[in-house]
Design a protein around this ligand. Structure first.
Ligand code: SF4
Length: 467
């Protein structure tokens, strides 16, 4: 069977973090690997928007698309285009949004919705479609019957054995490889060695998607993932890479004894770092150079409000450990719509005081499937998912909305280039990297760019569903 897997594009041309990172569609590469007996192709529409050309070239019998919440309309439009090209193509949608709010894909153009991790059903689904066996026996899917009704099949209770997950089909994204990057490393390869998270941050859907489970690859299996990577740089895209110190210690030992020379970035919680400075040092010695750190806020009040299960003291210790080891911190912060000008000022001061050079500020957004969504549903100002990109505020604000955006954009205003100069001097950034960063900061610090898509202040009707 010929299967086309599609990574949609949704980012606004005006705003976003595209200049900071563009990871490969790893989940699609893994899905492709789960059906080795079939002819699979991946279209990354963030880099190649010509769906029609791909359909004409490949003539797929099945098209599967993945969807996060802000991508919902892009995915609906992709499926509309696919069915207009040929109504014979079987269409599947999966991913976080489709799993947590499948009703948004109860539309004529969708034949099946994949619920949860693809390994639990994709192979069975492909077999059933290829051999026209009927979909009633395929677990973890919702499918459209002949009468246009969506039928929910049984959900399995089992979880994916991470060591049994096949190596990603990176050959299918080879043509795009040179475009994938993380901060200053291009080309980059993403590696996921675990799934799920034991924490319960209010804004996060990870634990909902994985039904509260956390699964990890063994250190031996992680080494085989790393050994299969051809690029000089790897980003571990686990939600919290340093979660199991015994395992990450063993991985570092194996990398050293195998003589593997690469640069690494990872995503981490601050408490893992604060508890294990020796592990950070060990990883720095084998090539760790940057950490995407979920700092979330500059006060205990903020951290408590989002149920981060962490304190400012822990965050401060983690920052110190990383900086003492020369690791670049990409600090991620969340801004609450309830904030006053004092709250904004306090965060600005905190970031300046801690000299965090690379920052990502997002607005607290009740994404479907999160506890925040359930508790604030009645307060939502819009159900237009294109506004759920964490750069627009979908809840009421305490400040007047334009003042809120002025303060939010101001967080991105670069006041002191001294720390960047130090990184260039230390050979950790190039002048080109600085220019790229400046373009992003200039864009993100222009508050009027946010207004266009605001649910209250916006002038354009951006509710571009296919309905
Ligand atoms: S934000 Fe990070 S630590 Fe919190 S629940 Fe999500 S993945 Fe876990």
């Amino acid at each position: 069977m010929r299967i086309l897997l599609v990574q949609p594009d949704y980012f606004s041309k005006n705003l976003g973090f595209r200049l900071l990172a563009l990871p490969e569609p790893l989940h699609l590469e893994v899905v492709a690997a789960s059906v080795p007996d079939h002819d699979v192709c991946i279209l990354d529409m963030r880099l190649d928007g010509n769906l029609e050309a791909a359909l004409k070239k490949f003539w797929p019998e099945m098209v599967a698309v993945t969807a996060l919440t802000p991508e919902v309309y892009a995915v609906q439009n992709i499926l509309l285009q696919v069915k207009a090209f040929s109504s014979e193509i079987f269409t599947v949608v999966g991913g976080h949004h489709a799993t947590l709010l499948p009703e948004d894909f109860f539309i004529a153009q969708v034949d099946a919705i994949a619920v949860g991790e693809a390994e639990l059903m994709f192979e069975d689904l492909v077999r059933a479609v290829a051999y026209r066996r009927g979909l009633g026996g395929v677990c973890n899917i919702i499918w459209q019957d002949r009468n246009g009704q969506f039928v929910r099949n049984r959900l399995t209770k089992s979880h994916v054995n991470m060591d049994a997950v096949p190596l990603p089909r990176r050959d299918l994204t080879e043509a795009y490889r040179n475009e994938y990057f993380f901060l200053f490393d291009k080309p980059d390869t993403s590696v996921a060695t675990s799934r799920g998270c034991p924490y319960r941050c209010k804004f996060c859907s990870v634990h909902e998607f994985y039904r509260g489970q956390t699964n990890q690859m063994t250190s031996e299996r992680v080494l085989s993932e790393i050994s299969a990577v051809s690029t000089a740089h790897i980003t571990f895209v686990d939600d919290n890479f340093l979660m199991n110190t015994r395992r990450e210690n063993a991985i570092a030992d194996m990398i050293r004894s195998e003589g593997i020379k690469k640069r690494y970035s990872m995503e981490c919680r601050t408490d893992s770092i604060a508890r294990h400075p020796e592990l950070v040092e060990k990883w720095v010695n084998i090539g760790l150079y940057a950490v995407l750190l979920g700092l979330e806020g500059g006060s205990d009040k903020t951290l408590k409000g989002i149920n981060k299960s962490c304190t400012i003291d822990t965050n401060n210790r983690a920052i110190r450990i990383l900086q003492d080891n020369g690791v670049i911190i990409w600090g991620a912060f969340i801004v609450d719509p309830e904030w006053t000008e004092d709250d904004f000022r306090q965060l600005r001061d905190y970031v300046r005081e801690k000299q965090i050079t690379h920052t990502q500020y997002t607005i607290l957004t009740p994404l479907p499937g999160t506890s925040l969504y359930r508790s604030r549903y009645e307060d939502l100002l819009t159900h237009d998912y294109s506004c759920f990109d964490t750069l627009h505020v979908v809840l009421p604000t305490r400040l007047p909305r334009d003042v809120f955006y002025q303060n939010f954009a101001d967080l991105y205003r670069q006041r002191d280039i001294g720390p960047y100069y130090d990184l260039v001097q230390a050979g950790k950034m190039t002048i080109e990297d600085c220019k790229r960063g400046k373009i992003m900061l200039d864009t993100m610090s222009d508050w009027e760019r946010y207004i266009e898509k605001d649910p209250i202040l916006g002038t354009k009707n951006l509710y571009n569903t296919i309905c």
